[in-house]
Design a binder for this molecule. Structure first.
Ligand code: NAP
Length: 288
């Protein structure tokens, strides 16, 4: 659709933003659903976040995504923050509702959808998360809110894992949380239903690294998820597949968090997963 006087704008703010896939996804979805909507990226300096958000209100933007390093800072300029985003302590999606800016976090939601879409349950499960950064926290909170029975956070810096465990047990009664180092032993995986890597181990320059010892023999029913999406098949995914385990690839979280943001802005539950993958491959940002 051509830009005209009625075109609405959604955007990404971050610093930097030049690497983002989001314009490909959201401009494709806007076209697909016949919306007079364009999506652009704005590189916003850290001391200009407040001005940018006031600009959203003044210009009547539909909404925005937020990326590093502004996911926490934006929260002080919002009129309302969704419950889980508030517990996570970071916002990656903003909706402008008639001049009121409302913050959401779709990272955990996107991850959980990618697991459910593969036919796996969350409720009642024991889940081990490797890493304790921003993605780990968003995923842990979403899993707890969906009724996981136990969440085990393993990370080199234990204090970061403890903070996430504390957020889980304080906000979700009945969900157990445990912490430990990244030094995973075979016996540590006994009783674990789902294992999730949220460290960068396995990604691009670290593609030859695996977050757990590959000589470990995993439990037969373990579901292994890696949120790293380049390469598509990380060392962890290959290890899981060599033991015939079910796997969930990182691309699922990437696409589902974007579909969820689009739904927050437009009310459209886009059924476009495969088409979005095709678009990203055509643009050369995903490997064929
Ligand atoms: P982050 O906030 O920087 O956290 C990174 C975590 O990994 C920290 O807990 C850190 O441990 C740990 N870590 C970093 N380097 C390590 C190493 N060499 N060995 C062991 N542990 C290491 O990052 P994030 O935003 O959570 O993102 C983490 C990864 O997920 C990135 O690879 C990112 O690309 C990917 N991701 C994917 C999606 C998706 O849509 N699929 C979305 C978000 C992120 P310490 O605490 O000890 O420093």
């Amino acid at each position: 659709m051509k830009v005209n006087a009625k075109t609405k704008l959604a955007c990404l703010i971050g610093h930097p933003v030049a690497h983002s896939f989001s314009p490909y996804i959201h401009n494709f979805l806007a076209e697909k659903y016949g919306l007079n909507l364009k999506y652009m990226c704005f590189d916003v300096e850290p001391d200009k976040v407040g001005e940018a958000l006031n600009g959203f209100k003044a210009l009547g933007l539909l909404g925005s995504n937020v990326t590093i390093p502004h996911k926490v800072e934006v929260m002080s300029y919002l009129d309302e923050v969704d419950k889980n985003a508030s517990i996570i302590g970071a916002v990656n999606t903003i909706k402008n509702e008639g001049g009121r800016l409302i913050g959401y976090n779709t990272d955990g939601v996107g991850f959980v959808k990618s697991v459910l879409d593969e036919g796996h349950e969350i409720k009642g499960k024991h889940i081990m998360i490797l890493g304790a950064g921003g993605a780990s926290r968003a995923i842990a909170i979403e899993l707890a809110s969906r009724g996981a029975a136990k969440i085990i956070i393993r990370n080199n810096t234990i204090s970061k894992a403890e903070k996430i465990a504390e957020a889980v047990t304080m906000n979700f009664k009945g969900v157990e949380a445990e912490v430990g180092t990244l030094n995973i032993k075979e016996e540590d995986l006994k009783g674990v239903d789902i294992l999730i890597n949220t460290t960068p181990l396995g990604m691009s320059s670290k593609k030859d690294l695996c977050p757990i010892d590959e000589s470990i023999i995993p439990p037969r029913e373990l579901v292994v998820c890696d949120i790293v999406y380049t390469p598509h098949d990380t060392k962890l995914i290959k290890w899981a597949e060599s033991h015939q385990l079910a796997v969930v690839h990182g691309i699922g979280m990437l696409i589902n968090q974007a579909l969820q943001s689009f739904s927050i802005w437009t009310g459209i539950e886009a059924e476009a997963y495969e088409e979005v993958i095709h678009v990203l491959k055509k643009e050369g940002v995903l490997e064929e």
